[in-house]
Write a new protein. Structure first.
Length: 268
């Protein structure tokens, strides 16, 4: 039986507020299998980004457990957690804010390799970066340019290349397309699907847009006020939502056109 890639069990995160407590996450559980794309959807403040930060080990849970490939990340020492980060990487919402404008693209993409003492150096590293740039629809020579020389969609491709350089098993995408226009959104979604199919990466895809979920996800978890109120196969949730909250989300968001796959024009 295949082991889950990501197992979140009874996860809670509480923040003190005055004399009370804010429950950013409240008893959240979910499972992501290898090669699967799981969409976590909800309005702003529903707890999606808090969940992403805890899965990445960037924040600590109040209670509960996060296992990646069978390892409890909260039980790891700081040193072992740094080593484990090769297996899980993140793509953030703002592609420009997540790229250091002082550095060339090649250095930015290669940055996660500091986690791996056996990573290639010199010319071999440049070849690796060039191959990743081509994988995300850019040119190998683009590694000599600066982030400001690219469009928003191209910068998000660069961020994805950086996330892929350690050959992770899990990719966490936190609103990775919400800052892009619809045409570029479709290009990035198609890219994520292609990369999942080629490399069997599991993707935790966090978004407020159920129309996007309809195009890319295998399964969906709907969050509201820090809790998962509905979850299941994508088609079931999209066609037969059980919760009024899910139905409101569906009514509020336009669906994207079918994005297709394997069409790689020069990105915008």
């Amino acid at each position: 039986m295949t082991q889950p890639l990501l197992q979140v069990s009874r996860l809670s995160r509480h923040f003190p507020l005055g004399q009370g407590m804010v429950r950013a996450l409240d008893n959240v559980s979910l499972t992501l299998m290898p090669g699967q794309i799981l969409g976590v959807v909800g309005e702003s403040g529903s707890g999606k980004s808090t969940l992403a930060r805890i899965v990445m080990g960037l924040d600590r849970a109040t209670s509960g457990r996060v296992q990646i490939a069978g390892r409890d990340i909260f039980a790891l020492s700081p040193r072992d957690l740094r080593r484990a980060r090769r297996d899980f990487q993140m793509v953030f919402q703002d592609p420009y804010g997540s790229l250091d404008p002082r550095h060339r693209v090649g250095r930015i993409i290669a940055e996660p390799l500091h986690l791996d003492p056996t990573a290639p150096k010199g010319r071999d590293r440049r070849v690796l970066v060039g191959r990743l740039l081509r994988d995300v629809g850019l040119d190998a020579a683009d590694q000599d340019r600066f982030p400001h020389e690219f469009s928003g969609g191209q910068r998000q491709r660069i961020a994805i290349a950086r996330a892929l350089i350690t050959k992770p098993r899990l990719l966490v995408a936190d609103e990775a397309t919400s800052a892009l226009d619809l045409t570029v959104q479709k290009q990035i979604l198609r890219l994520i699907l292609d990369l999942r199919d080629e490399h069997r990466i599991g993707v935790l895809f966090i978004t407020h847009n159920l129309g996007v979920v309809d195009q890319i996800c295998d399964c969906v978890a709907v969050m509201k006020d820090g809790r998962i109120v509905e979850s299941g196969p994508m088609r079931q949730i999209m066609d037969h939502p059980a919760e009024p909250y899910t139905r409101r989300l569906l009514e509020a968001e336009p669906r994207l056109d079918v994005i297709g796959r394997k069409v790689r024009p020069r990105p915008s």
